[in-house]
Write a protein that binds this ligand. Structure first.
Ligand SMILES: Nc1nc2c(ncn2[C@@H]2O[C@H](COP(=O)(O)OP(=O)(O)OP(=O)(O)O)[C@@H](O)[C@H]2O)c(=O)[nH]1
Ligand SMILES: [Mg+2]
Length: 607
């Protein structure tokens, strides 16, 4: 007979990006009395990583807790961006139910589908929360219908279809059962969680067992293993074992046990079945491992996450400026850092190559790579990355490629250009809805490689008003080649500092990436050429001085402003024979082969 630990609930908060998960968690903190009245509290308190704060999105799933009627509700706030979908899969392994938020105006979007599918597969109970009903364009009733359709579409059982639903203005801390109802608090949400989400169940005959769902690190305690206690009890100082991927048993002694209290950790002497715990006392542990007793060594099924679909090459930087701005430039350091990433991030895989300074990193999308790259440069790393590439497969001798289901929402006027661009990229239109409002919703099946770099173009094509979303739809037969970029590169032909006179003259040939004073080297890409071929140019060429005016100042020159280079733009821009050089201070684009004469040879060889 299984028993339930009724003093606990574990719930994952899931949704499409920006539908209001982290903001709702803030409100839950405030109303459960976690903060003193009048205490100044930051917004989106769970988004505590620098990059999360800067970008206003959640990147890693994180645990926290609130108490309601003496029951502890552990919550796992997850990211909604598709590239971080692995975090959701990891979070669900700790949850006994999920709170699915859907924006009351936007309705279910691709990532809503993805997270719901994962939750249904895990057999978890779901509470639906139609959020942001304060929005002027909110259409909560229609959104509820769309949610039903999505459940049916995903093969929900009768019981799952009978989901409880609520309406909310998460930002103001308001939840209600009926649209017309008055409410100024979240009480109904807390009550619904206690009623609808089952308390964690366990087998009272089994000894301690936990599945590691996250890793942490503390200067005092070393490695921290985070996860849900599946069965049994554990005390600090207990001797246990950890069963790893290879089924090896590693002994450990618990040095400290902690649970979640609000946004912080609380040391405890013992933990119960269902508790989300932070256990220290083991160094050699990975996500997916089972920690249990030596007397009863039973490994739990490891966390399953979708396979990576995109890969990117990381190499050491061999540019003439290498080592000038960063501290960690050596292959060994980069390798160590990438291995560390695969330990924390279940959706990232590392493949070593036959050369010791080249690594293949595999993941879910270019945004995930951009975040990893940005994190590493802030940690003082210097390195190069290549163009993101999709991961192909062979099935029965046929070449298969990852395909995305793309949802476009744009003004009718842009339908033509969007459809044209996507069909060049081997996209197939699946559905077109024109509801007469001046906007259209179009669905495409597109090769994943077509979307690398397309989003920026899409925004330009739709004058910033289009919305684009996609989710991985599986593998399909290779759809043939298309050009990724119709322009060439302006490549510096020598080392030196760029000067206004030269840049002014180069403006006519394309779009520049650099400003006067930027140090350049031979083989560095300083702009986009408006024609298809690369051209070598001299960005350091000074104006010939006449006898009359001996001053070299280019006072009269006014250059067009440039868009500062970002990691996302750079990795989407480069072609196969180019790299992005990353340092803590700069993002430079360069040819893989720097000397112009070698590039010419390699061109004629491949021609
Ligand atoms: N109008 C309105 N806006 C809201 C509401 N709740 C949140 N927002 C806004 O929605 C935006 C996204 O909120 P977040 O809480 O970061 O969304 P999220 O779901 O955590 O986003 P990710 O974690 O990145 O997937 C913010 O600008 C919020 O201010 C609401 O009830 N009404
Ligand atoms: Mg969030």
């Amino acid at each position: 007979m299984r028993k339930e630990n009724t003093r606990l609930r574990n719930i994952a908060i899931i949704a499409h990006v920006d539908h209001g998960k982290t903001t709702l968690v803030d409100a839950m903190f405030r109303q459960s009395g976690l903060f003193r009245d009048g205490q100044e509290v930051d917004e989106r308190i769970m988004d505590n990583m620098d990059l999360e704060r800067e970008r206003g999105i959640t990147i890693a799933a994180k645990n926290c807790s609130v108490a309601w009627n003496d029951i502890t509700i552990n919550m796992i706030d997850t990211p909604g961006h598709a590239d971080f979908g692995g975090e959701v899969e990891r979070a669900l392994s700790m949850a006994d139910g999920a709170l699915l938020l859907v924006d009351g105006a936007e309705g279910p979007l691709p990532q809503t589908r993805f997270v719901l599918k994962k939750t249904l597969e895990a057999g978890l109970n779901i509470i639906v929360l139609i959020n942001k009903i304060d929005r002027k364009d909110a259409r909560p009733e229609a959104v509820l219908d769309d949610i039903y359709d999505m459940f049916i579409d995903l093969g929900a059982t009768e019981q799952q279809l009978d989901f409880p639903y609520l309406y909310a203005i998460g930002r103001d801390g308001i939840v209600k059962k009926e649209l017309g109802e008055e409410s100024d608090n979240l009480h109904i949400l807390f009550d619904t969680i206690l009623e609808e989400i089952p308390a964690p169940a366990y087998d009272p005959k089994e000894p301690f067992q936990m599945l590691v769902a996250d890793l942490g690190y503390s200067d005092y305690l070393g490695r921290l293993a985070v996860g849900k206690v599946r069965n049994g009890f554990v005390k600090s100082r207990d001797s246990l074992i950890c069963i790893n991927k290879e089924n090896r048993q590693i002994p450990l002694k618990v040095s400290k046990l902690q649970t979640y209290q609000g946004t912080s950790l609380r040391p405890v002497e013992s933990a119960e079945p269902g508790d989300l715990i932070i256990l220290s006392g083991i160094e050699d542990v990975e996500i997916g491992d089972t920690i249990c007793t030596a007397a009863c060594p039973k490994a739990l099924p490891r966390i399953s996450v979708d396979e990576p679909t995109i890969s990117m090459e990381f190499t050491i930087s061999d540019s003439p400026f290498s080592g000038k701005e960063g501290k960690y430039v050596q292959a060994a350091k980069i390798k160590e850092r990438l291995i560390k990433e695969t330990l924390k991030n279940v959706a990232i895989q590392l493949e070593l190559t036959d050369t010791r300074d080249r690594f293949i990193v595999k993941g879910r999308g270019e945004f995930q790579f951009a975040i990893l790259i940005e994190t590493m440069r802030r940690e003082n790393f210097e390195f190069c990355v290549g163009r993101p590439k999709v991961i192909y497969k062979r099935e029965n001798g046929r070449l298969m490629e990852p395909v995305e289901h793309l949802y476009v929402d744009c003004e009718e006027d842009f339908l033509g250009i969007v459809t044209e661009k996507l069909s060049i990229r081997k996209g197939k239109m699946i559905n077109l809805v024109n509801n007469g409002s001046g906007r259209v919703r179009i669905e495409f099946s597109v090769p994943a490689r077509a979307l690398i770099g397309y989003r920026d173009e899409f925004l330009t094509d739709t004058k910033g008003t289009g919305i684009i979303n996609s989710n991985f739809a599986g593998y399909d037969e290779y759809r043939g080649e298309f050009l990724s970029r119709y322009t060439g590169s302006l490549v510096a032909d020598r080392q030196g500092h760029a000067v206004p006179f030269a840049l002014f003259n180069l403006e006519a040939r394309g779009r520049l990436f650099i400003t006067p004073g930027t140090p350049c080297y031979e083989g560095m890409v300083i702009g986009e050429h408006s024609r298809e071929v690369d051209v070598n140019v001299n960005p350091c060429k000074e104006k010939k001085l006449s006898n009359v005016r001996a001053s070299g100042k280019d006072d009269a020159i006014v250059l067009s402003p440039i868009k500062p280079m970002t990691i996302e733009r750079a990795i989407n821009f480069i072609r196969d024979d180019e790299l992005v050089e990353i340092t803590p201070k700069s993002i430079r684009i360069r040819k893989s082969l720097l000397p112009a004469n070698q590039r010419r040879q390699s061109l004629s060889r491949s021609a």
